[in-house]
Structures are given as structure tokens and as C-alpha cells.
Design a protein around this ligand. Sequence first.
Ligand SMILES: CC[C@H](C)[C@H](NC(=O)C[C@H](O)[C@H](CC1CCCCC1)NC(=O)CCNC(=O)[C@H](Cc1ccccc1)NC(=O)N1CCC(N)CC1)C(=O)NCc1cnc(C)nc1N
Length: 330
Amino acid sequence: RQTGTVETDAEKHDVEYLTPISIGTPPQNLIVDFDTGSSDLWVFSTEMAAKDIKGQAVYDPNNSSTSEKLQGSTWQITYGDGSSSSGDVYLDTVTIGNLTVPNQAVEAATKVSDEFTDDANNDGLLGLGFSSINTVQPTPQNTFFDNIKNNLDAPLFTADLKHGAPGSYNFGYIDPAAYVGNISWTPVDSSQGFWSFTSPGYAVGTEAMRNHSISGIADTGTTLLLLPKSVVKAYYEEIQGAQYDSNQGGYVFPCSPTPPDFVFGVSDGIVTVPGDMVSYAPVDSANQDCFGGIQSDTGIGFSIFGDVALKTSFVVFDAGGLQLGWGAKN
Ligand SMILES: CC[C@H](C)[C@H](NC(=O)C[C@H](O)[C@H](CC1CCCCC1)NC(=O)CCNC(=O)[C@H](Cc1ccccc1)NC(=O)N1CCC(N)CC1)C(=O)NCc1cnc(C)nc1N
């Protein structure tokens, strides 16, 4: 039985969190985005055209004595922000922290969209969603977590993402030093392959909680907190000067004073997104107006509790109990 921990680094404005992994023998070190909103482990590779690689580290299956091509298998993935990638598949040894899966499906990219080419710090994605939405054809493959979860002390992982500081992902155990008080647990619906749950309500600032079911996914791969239009409207109505800016593609408001907190329910508990985490980033060099960290989920079909929500808490992704735990950070 094992447990493991790995540090993840926040990019500027916490736009994404990047974590080191190693693949193959001898180990090839890459830095990838742990994404609970998808279920493919794919990496930049030597099979890509040189023009599509701008500074990223690449996986070279020919340089690994333990790589084995999964003949006839391919993958193709498209993400919510319209970015995409595709390629073929190898089985190889993957290590995260002190945890190793000897025959993990490693999806080597042959093509990636410009968004990935332009993101020099990111060498790929490690999906931590449910394996049911893995895109490998003809036979979908297991995620790293699915492959290792039965060897862990407990079939769970935790995300402790921080605001502008390194966070950590732990596998197999709940670190009692990482949170204070009680963890609020809520059941997960994994039928769509996501860590999906329903929040019973929300509040703006210090006002009373409003009963309003919000169904969404806990997604480390989404930067913002994307909520129903009516909730977003109610929130920004409380901010002087807030308005929807079609150029920016979202609500923008004066960076000061600090906006009100946003509170959402988790079962019998609550999670508070502090106002200073809602002002996501200045939209202009004059730093007058800020782009909101809370935006609408219109068109997605569900809400997305992305990094703006997750970095407020110590979050437990429990595949054993099919539940999410939200704890107040220590
Ligand atoms: C098996 C597919 C899998 C489930 C897929 N899952 C997802 O899209 C969710 C997943 O968590 C992905 C993981 C991302 C993908 C891009 C690289 C970083 C990770 N999340 C998203 O796409 C959410 C929207 N994107 C984001 O939130 C990106 C993340 C990012 C960060 C840094 C650099 C580049 C991108 N951030 C931004 O767009 N930002 C720009 C705006 C700025 N204010 C904040 C940062 C899906 O739903 N695809 C279906 C799908 C297809 N086509 C579309 C159009 N929408 C879809 N949902």
C-alpha cells in the first residue's frame, strides 16, 4: 500500500497549475497540467512537427527501453476553450512523486493546436477525470489514478491549489495538517466522466444563503468559476461599475475596492471565495479594471468549479466513496 505527494506550481494569475512527472527508462522529465476535467495523459513528443514545439519538453518513446507501442491505437481530444491535440499511444512507466505505474498509457502527440504550442511551460495534460471519457480508440485507456488507486492506502487524491504559490497533489491519503475543522462531503455523479456535484445554494458577501441548486464539476483544468447566468448577474449587481464587456468576453469591474466574497454551499457546509480572489486579473496595464474570476457557464450545460473555487479549499477527490470533500485550508 502506498501514498504519494507532488508539488504543483501556479502560473501567473494562477491561470494553470503545472506538475512534474517522469516517463520511461531512463526517466524523461516533463511538466504537465493535472486536469480533473479530462481523462487523457498526453504529452508533447518527438513525433510532432518541429514548428509545433516552442520550448516544451518532449517524450521520446524511442529513447525509453520500457516503451511499447499500442499498435493501432490513436487519440483525439478537444477542450472547452476550443484547444485540441491528437496522436498515437505507448505503454510506458510513469512516475509521479514516489508513485510508479509500470504500464501507463502515454498518449504521444503528433499534432497540437496553437494554444498548446504557445504555452511554452506546459508539456501536456494528465487527466484525473473518470476513465470512461478517455479518448483512445479503439480501446479507451485507464488514467494514472485508476491504474494506481487499488495500490494506495485509500482510493483518493487531494488537490491543495494555492493563490500565487506552489500547491500540492497527494495520492492515497488525507493530510490532517492541510485543513482545519471538518471536511464537508458531497456525493459525486461520475456518469458523465466528471467529478460532478450539486451545491444547494449561494450567497453574495454577508447576505443570507439563497436556495438555488447549482450542478457543476470540480475541474482543476479550468481557470475560472463558471456559474449560471442568474447567479453571476446577482453577484455583479452588488459591485459598483461592474459590467459585461463583450471585448473581454466577460464581466469586468473596477479593481478596487475589493469586491464582495462569493459563498457556495457544499452539503451542510459552505465554501467562501474571498473577494480578492474574485478579481481575477487586471484587463489593462493601468490596472483600473479587473476581469472577473466568476463568469457565466452559458452553453456548457453545467457549471464549472475551476481553480478560482478550488484554490480556496483543500479538496478531496474520493473515488472509493464517490464523493468530494471540501475542507478549509490550514
Ligand atoms: C474528453 C474531453 C474533455 C472531457 C474536455 N474537458 C475540458 O474541456 C475541461 C478541461 O478541464 C480543460 C482543460 C484545459 C484545456 C486547455 C489547456 C489547459 C487545460 N478546461 C477547459 O478547456 C476550460 C476552459 N479553459 C480554461 O479555463 C483555460 C485553461 C488554460 C490555462 C492556461 C493556458 C491555456 C488554457 N483558461 C483560459 O481560457 N483562460 C483565458 C481567459 C483568462 N481570463 C483565464 C485563463 C471536454 O469537455 N471536451 C468537450 C468539449 C469540446 N469542445 C468544446 C468547444 N467544449 C467542450 N467542452
